[in-house]
Design a protein around this ligand. Sequence first.
Ligand code: SF4
Ligand code: SF4
Length: 110
Amino acid sequence: MTSKAKSKERPGWKDLPSGGFILEPGNATKYLTGDWRLMRPVWDAERCIDCLLCWLFCPDGAVLAEGGKIIGFDYDYCKGCGICAKECPPKVDAIKMIREDEALEEPLSA
Ligand code: SF4
Ligand code: SF4
């Protein structure tokens, strides 16, 4: 292949999208940060006293609450940081962090 033909296949600089611009505002919801989670919070509804500390401190809004009560976790966006488990009062201890592969029905092979 000649260099002329090769350069025809490649986009020129005018064809490349601009860098550093948000071309589609509000697109953060498309990035499912749960994709790369290594640890998963597991919530024990029986132990939970609905203090909402986990909901308040979760940096991703991944703790779901309704009517002043925790109803679960949004694993599409939970990135497994463990802040919720740290903030849960020690006497209650309603959130355990487990390895993501332990949470899968068929654990990933090593
Ligand atoms: S592990 Fe982190 S991201 Fe996930 S629910 Fe807890 S605080 Fe939120
Ligand atoms: S921090 Fe613990 S006790 Fe408080 S709402 Fe969350 S899970 Fe329940």
